[in-house]
Design a protein around this ligand. Sequence first.
Ligand code: PLP
Length: 430
Amino acid sequence: MNTTEHAPVDSLSADLLAMLDRTDPDVATLLRGEAARQSETLELIASENHVSSAVMHAAGTWMTNKYAEGYPGKRYYGGCEFHDIAEDLARDRAKELFGCGFANVQPHSGANANVAAFMAMCDPGDRILSLPIKSGGHLSHGLKPNFSGTFYEIHDYDVDPETERLDYEAIAARANEVKPKMIICGYSAYPRTIDFEKFRAIADDVGALLMADIAHIAGLVAGGAHPSPFPHAHVVTTTTHKTLRGPRGGLILTNDEEVAKKIDRKVFPGSQGGPLMHIITAKAIAFGEALQPSFRDYAANIVTNAQALADGLVEHGYRLCTGGTDNHLLLVDLQPRDAELTGADAEQWLEQAGIITNKNGIPNDPRSPMVTSGLRLGTAALTTRGLGADAMRQIAEWLDRVMASKGDASVASEVRAEIVRLCEAHPLPH
Ligand code: PLP
């Protein structure tokens, strides 16, 4: 995909690029390319977003130079005065944002947060009940080659084969059979509201712990557009970079003091060394942004946009798994529109036109995970650009035009030109 390599950038980025032009032109060139790519394409990957300039630049500050193993007030290194302040700020803001009593802001990623949560809640070999990746779960919830599938005894529940939604009675029956130590809810490709209260009742009935991984919906939870996992979950893990619109990273939350102590031990020294203090500083800023009243509008708009995009795609003959969406995410079954069309082809053709998506298996997908019959789409990044429902209908039309053309290069360049115009009218946050 060609880009102009001349995206409008903020003054700090312009200074960085000017410096790199002198010191490392190879990197200057690739950064200009990526800035232009993001600026001129529509980002529909459900797990991605565009951070504010403040979050982006805070991730590249003096805070990157420091070792700060331990926690505020109890470090293994000197010189942590400002790192303690940053971490306390991030922890306090995370607690306020999610309405809970404890936050650990050190996990380097969502998967790392899950490692620490598993270690805190379970012993190796314990039975865990989770949704498999093929039905919308995440690999860190029990995929065989992952730490979770390697060190724990993983059992599956599934979505209902007809409705493709969680069937809480069936999950309760499965929990009764398996008698797990822990049940995991929260997913990578599930477009419907999660009933955390029902999950807690199921867990209580079998004496299990409940872990909610809200990586995808964290921004919706923070902005009041999805019910909170509190007070239901014993432990909550998340990423900070999806709908929450922070730097790439992880976060663990709980209200249980005993769980909190174990989480701190299992993050450090249990599974990580020095925390990424530059990222923790950027997390503090992102949490501060999410605490602003405008973030509630943002979260609501993400959902409204997802529904408008869903309506548009249905009008063009696509089937949406579960029949629609309650959150930021759509799982599109391509087969009813075109039995030959695969997720892999669609992803590639759309990228040529400037629409960035990812292929995704649908429940009971006959195709392999590298091919798939589905596309996963999300509206968090589009909403950050200030796009609204009218734009979503236009985007549905573009998606269909490109997929119906089966990768025709002239259709791709025609759509791409229209997309560049829309992007110019809705620049990325500076
Ligand atoms: N949990 C869920 C539900 C996810 O969707 C993801 C990432 O997509 C993760 C955890 C892992 O996050 P990371 O890629 O930061 O390790």
